[in-house]
Design a protein around this ligand. Structure first.
Ligand code: BGC
Length: 744
């Protein structure tokens, strides 16, 4: 017996075929490539609209002109600014991921979009990747469990999520050409799971192909990735959209499962899947069926979005800038901030005891929403930490602000856009059909690297000179205050699409300033806003450290509420914070940030898997984050159930004096495995909020797949029978309970 859904799907397929039958080749071709920088062509005659897309993950991007990378200059495209995916992941709360998806979807629909180019779910392989702030985690399980509700939330609004960038888009350097050599097992265990979950469990309607190559082939032309894995193994029948300029060759793209070519140039008819494809079909070199397949997938997407068919009237309208969006954004921001250190219970601060508060550091007073690359947005507003503190404390506390350090101004570009510029390589490769002139490219890379270093050198001098006075003012002010808060970190000069960081150090001489400040104020509260880990050489001398990723329009509000204890910090690190970059796997094997190609030689040993295996203590480990209260764990029981499932029970108790949330993490560590496997891997987690003195029994069921590894010979996941250690704890290195489960 067919279900209602199956019957409806069958009907849709029939309607798709009917439409397809009526279409001319020109009409079909119009649908499969960009007709504007952010929209595809439609077929007016048949009532088929074009697809309207927009970036991105932190809110719906401002309108651009149709054929130029110039903002349209509208005054009606300011939007809610959502926490970045890195912030969202730090909540370790799938419910918040659903809510943020729902907000983003509603805003996208409200702005008339069909596809929102989010979420970014690439695995963070290196702390230096410029786009890490847009991604969730170094761990596939955490990423997958957040990506699924996010996608569902977006699509609740009849807008398609477009999960990106498939696959393994792990660096920005040479992003259009870099060839990543990755073994199959690593792909299946590390780089694929979040995409598979987004597609199979989240039912994502669209996927974006990445710029890079995987094992010699560009991802947008990669039959292995798109045909065999995505469509074949995972059964994906939605639309695959190229990253902007990710398609290079007509035949390859035509013949593989990519449905829509988007790019950065206004010569839409010359896109690979436009006139060149039409000509090849007319000459009989490529079959028209290749186009039909793409059109079917795009039409199916449109039916799902109620852009076509009898449910059109029912399509959700969405809205943007609604007060409840802001409320949900605030809640997520509050849950995302991570208290890394809190010696002597320096935090929370007591507002009643503060007459004068000194705030130091550029990130106290900085706006981040308008930067980062395609994730940039025009926020309705953005509450900075300084504003958040002032709003919170009111007029009776004297809040003094000092810049502390100098940040060089970046020239604003009005006549062209970084996005087109950043793809200049592409221009070269477009001409001459990718006959890549190695010498020319190498010369260009060398020149670019030299220019960047020269620019950084100049900036360094400028910073050093200006900092003398700024340091002195800040240090002087810090001596005489009831409390001093430093707000530093990174910004989108380094957390940015198109470039990777050169090191893991704080920019603008912040380390020196923090060191000096700690000499005069042992009780300095060190806080950061940033998108990726930084080294903290002064860490032992600091009592309190709070980390926030770009947390959206209410960052400052959440920041104040946490520092003053209205909210218990419940963020946990979704990535390792290494002591120094040299400790990382990609630094050790030197396979990061290179032009041409990289071998992901560390394989599965990325993030905490590497730090565990090499016995390297990180500065702050994966899963770490403090609360203002304390929790104890007890009563672990493990019970084998049918279907090779293991039921894990334990109790978490709040033994402190305040209400707070704990993220209980469950790792599986194979014992005596016949293949090499990471020492332990996160397989489940749960966030529990508890009043003081209260406890909660947690039950988690580990499935067979939670014990499995990818067996290349069998080409599938295998869970060997045997013993596994089950580790339950407050972080990857703060394991509180251990037990052994036997898998039958
Ligand atoms: C980025 C994508 C983005 C697209 C459209 C590309 O440069 O890699 O993430 O969605 O541009 O702006």
């Amino acid at each position: 017996m067919r279900t209602e859904t199956e019957r409806a799907a069958k009907k849709t397929e029939k309607e798709i075929e009917k439409l397809l039958d009526k279409m001319t080749l020109d009409e079909k071709i119009a649908m499969i490539h960009g007709a504007g920088l952010f929209r595809s062509g439609g077929v007016e005659r048949l009532g088929i609209p074009g697809l309207v897309t927009s970036d991105g993950p932190m809110g719906v991007r401002a309108e651009f002109m149709n054929d130029r990378w110039i903002p349209a200059g509208n005054n009606d495209d300011n939007v809610s600014y959502l926490p970045s995916n890195s912030a969202l992941a730090s909540t370790w709360n799938p419910y918040r991921a659903y809510e943020m998806g729902r907000v983003l979807g509603a805003e996208a629909r409200g702005r008339g979009k069909d596809v929102i180019l989010a979420p970014g779910i690439n695995i963070k392989r290196s702390p230096l990747c410029g786009r890490n702030f847009e991604y969730m985690s170094e761990d596939p399980k955490l990423t997958a469990t957040l990506a699924v509700p996010f996608v569902k939330g977006v699509q609740h609004n009849d807008v398609a999520a477009c999960v990106k960038h498939f696959a393994a888009n792990v660096q920005e350097t040479d992003r259009l050409m870099v060839d990543e050599k990755i073994d199959e097992r690593t792909l299946y265990e590390l780089y694929f799971p979040a995409f598979r979950a987004a597609v199979q469990e989240g039912n994502a309607y669209s996927v974006m192909g990445a710029y890079n190559k995987v094992n010699g082939v560009h991802c947008c032309e990669n039959r292995e990735l798109l045909d065999r894995v995505l469509r074949g193994e995972w059964g994906f029948d939605g639309a695959v959209i190229s990253d902007w300029g990710g398609i290079h060759k007509t035949r390859e793209a035509a013949e593989c499962s990519i449905d829509l070519e988007m790019s950065v140039y206004p010569d839409f008819d010359e896109y690979k899947l436009a006139n060149p494809l039409k000509e090849a079909i007319q000459k009989g070199e490529i079959s028209e069926e290749t186009v039909d397949r793409k059109v079917r997938n795009l039409l199916r997407l449109m039916f799902r979005l109620k852009m076509l068919g009898k449910h059109r009237e029912e399509r959700r309208t969405g809205t943007y800038n609604s007060p409840d969006h802001r409320q949900m954004i605030l809640k997520t921001a509050e849950e995302s901030m991570i208290l890394l250190k809190n010696e002597g219970r320096l935090l929370p601060l007591n507002a009643a005891k503060i007459k004068k508060l000194v705030v130091i550091g550029q990130n106290a007073d900085r706006i981040h929403s308008d930067g980062g690359g395609s994730a940039e947005i025009k926020a309705l507003y953005e509450i900075s930490p300084l504003m958040g503190l002032k709003c919170y404390l009111g007029g009776n506390v004297q809040v003094e602000y000092y810049k502390g350090y100098h940040v060089p101004e970046k020239p604003k570009m009005f006549d062209h856009n970084w996005q087109a510029d950043s793809l200049d390589d592409l221009k070269d490769t477009n001409i001459g059909q990718l006959a890549r002139d190695e010498e020319h490219m190498q010369e260009m890379h060398r020149r670019q690297a030299e220019e960047r270093l020269a620019q950084l050198g100049k900036e360094k001098e400028e910073i050093h000179e200006k900092n003398r006075e700024l340091f002195a003012q800040a240090i002087e002010a810090a001596r005489d205050a009831d409390a001093v808060i430093f707000v530093g970190g990174l910004d989108h000069n380094s957390d940015s699409e198109g470039i990777d960081r050169l090191d893991m150090k704080l920019p603008y001489e912040q380390d020196e300033l923090i060191g000096e400040l700690l000499k005069v104020r042992k009780d300095l509260i060190v806080t950061f806003i940033g998108g990726s880990p930084v080294e903290m050489p002064w860490r032992d001398g600091a009592q309190a450290i709070l980390w926030s990723y770009y947390a959206g329009m209410e960052t400052g509000t959440a920041f104040a509420k946490i520092l003053f204890g209205d909210v218990d910090p419940s963020g946990r690190l979704a990535e390792t914070f290494p002591e120094r970059y040299e400790d990382c796997a990609d630094a050790k094997n030197g396979q990061f940030g290179l032009w041409g190609g990289i071998g992901l030689e560390e394989g599965l040993y990325c993030g905490y898997r590497h730090f565990d295996r090499q016995h390297i203590p990180p500065a702050f480990c994966f899963g770490h984050g403090l609360s203002y209260t304390e929790f104890t764990y007890g009563g672990l029981t493990l019970k084998a159930e049918k279907n090779r499932e293991i039921k894990v029970n334990f109790t978490v108790k709040n033994t402190g004096k305040r209400i707070g949330s704990e993220v209980a993490q469950i790792y599986v560590a194979p014992i005596g495995s016949r293949v090499d496997r990471p020492d332990k891997e996160l397989k489940a987690y749960t966030k529990v909020e508890l009043a003081p003195g209260r406890s909660r029994k947690v039950t988690v069921t580990l499935k067979e797949e939670d014990f499995a590894y990818f067996d290349e010979a069998a080409h599938g996941f295998v869970a060997d029978a045997g013993d596994y250690e089950i580790l339950v704890g407050a972080s990857s290195r703060d394991i509180r309970l251990k037990g052994i489960a036997t898998l039958a």
